[in-house]
Design a protein around this ligand. Structure first.
Ligand SMILES: [Ca+2]
Length: 348
């Protein structure tokens, strides 16, 4: 604000210099105040943008944390200029009309162990005696064998590691058990829900940007750590991510939704049947995939995957009962309306 002193007309050279200096100082102070105010406004706007549209998360009876994912519209698939993309990643706009809760982490060995202890469940690989894929000492992924199961995939796993060597049917059996146990609705995410959650508002190849080397911070994939242990490996990022096989869940940076390990660690089963031709017949609002098929969708890539397989849009399909990989697990969705009940009941 100008004072009467400022408005007074200078009537000598020295008076004029003094007046000019005073005005310059006031202009500088005013500009600084403006910058501070602008920065505060930007910070406030960022906080508003980042603020969840719904109370953030719930914790369930098996110690699983699930994060609320708000409804929204996004481009599913990859642009035609994305490096290493595949034709099947057809870009198309998809709207999800309902929010949902998604596991912050992949389902762990410890959580799967609770399911098995409660039900005496035997996985497909244990029941049919064919077992699952495992890895040998040289780092070769071996053919499925009875010695490889979710308890013995060929490498050390603690209760905090993601469960592997489970079929799609095993994963959905886990969801049914948890639904019955809590009187809620747990299920695998649809493929659209999975990609929407993985992208968390981004349209780059990875949720952290375009450079695959960022996986060293954001996702456990094939890397220099694995190549040092398995010299026969030629794939992976140049950097070290510190993990040869699976990492305990939550070791890598979360995306903007607060989800960990969407890129890498283990491939994750989705609910949908897999259409290798892309999304030609899928609806654009709350899509749930083809009505029938031979395989179920897997997303996200795993610890033995090259970076391109860990991209947000990358997808493959495998047999629902017969395929069990030591780089393949899952995470679960809790339907929102049911989650509200948990939150209202005061769950942590
Ligand atoms: Ca790794």
């Amino acid at each position: 604000m100008r004072t009467s002193e400022d408005r007074r007309v200078p009537n000598s050279p020295s008076d004029f210099s003094s007046w000019l200096a005073r005005m310059a100082w006031r202009s500088l102070v005013s500009a600084c105040c403006c910058l501070v105010a602008c920065a505060a406004a930007v910070r406030a706007a960022d906080q508003l943008t980042a603020a969840p549209a719904h109370p953030g998360q719930v914790r369930n009876s098996v110690g699983m944390t699930l994060v609320f994912i708000p409804p929204g519209t996004f481009t599913m698939g990859s642009p035609e200029n994305e490096p290493s993309r595949e034709k099947q990643e057809v870009p198309h706009r998809v709207t999800l009309t309902k929010g949902f809760y998604l596991g912050r982490y992949e389902v762990t060995v410890g959580q799967f162990r609770q399911f098995v202890a409660d039900t005496k469940y035997r996985t497909d690989g244990e029941r049919d005696g064919i077992g699952a894929y495992g890895i040998d000492e040289a780092g070769k992924i071996e053919a499925m064998h009875a010695r490889f199961t979710w308890k013995t995939p060929g490498f050390e796993q603690t209760d905090d590691h993601p469960v592997v060597d489970v079929s799609w049917q095993d994963a959905t059996a886990f969801c049914r058990w948890l639904s019955t146990k809590e009187g809620k609705t747990y299920r695998l995410p649809t493929e659209a829900e999975w990609e929407y959650a993985c992208r968390a508002g981004t349209d780059t190849p990875y949720a952290f940007g375009p450079d695959a080397e960022g996986l060293a911070n954001a996702g456990n994939a094939a890397d220099a750590t694995a190549r040092a242990r398995y010299p026969g490996w030629t794939i992976g990022i140049r950097a070290e991510d510190g993990h040869v096989c699976t990492a305990p869940v939550g070791q890598f940076a979360a995306n903007a939704f607060g989800l960990h390990d969407m890129h890498g660690n283990v491939w994750e089963w989705c609910a949908d049947w897999y259409d290798p031709k892309g999304y030609a017949n899928d609806k654009q609002t709350d899509p749930s995939g083809p009505v029938a098929g031979n395989d179920r969708v897997q997303r996200g890539g795993g610890w033995s995957s090259d970076a391109k397989r860990c991209r947000s849009a990358s997808r493959i399909g495998r047999d629902a009962a017969g395929y069990r990989g030591c780089y393949l697990g899952f995470r679960v969705v809790l339907d929102q309306s049911r989650a509200e009940t948990i939150r209202d009941a005061g769950a942590r």
